[in-house]
Design a protein around this ligand. Structure first.
Ligand SMILES: [Zn+2]
Length: 98
């Protein structure tokens, strides 16, 4: 299985606020590592493996160079270990805020 062309360290890691928002999105798999992500203000297209185009076509990723909620939604559906483990951090944060 191909490895997602994503530099987690360079992008500042998994942002927990974005991860939380990504959980309400719907990721429709349309191909190898390709997702149509709906449920937010706008629909977006994610491509995890092709390096010739940006991973997502949203402004958060294109302009701020962040791992956006759409990419996180796609990575969750791919079972990406880094993102799944970040869910643990998210739950810890929720628990400590309660
Ligand atoms: Zn995006």
């Amino acid at each position: 299985m191909a490895h997602p062309a994503i530099d987690f360290e360079g992008a500042g890691g998994v942002d927990l606020d974005r991860l939380e928002r990504s959980l309400t999105l719907e990721g429709r798999r349309v191909g190898e590592g390709r997702y149509h992500v709906v449920g937010g203000d706008h629909d977006h297209w994610v491509d995890l493996y092709t390096t010739s185009i940006p991973r997502c076509d949203c402004g958060d990723h294109l302009w701020r160079d962040r791992i956006c909620k759409h990419i996180l939604a796609a990575l969750l559906r791919e079972g990406n270990d880094t993102v799944v483990r970040a869910l643990g951090s998210l739950f810890e944060r929720v628990r400590s805020a309660a």
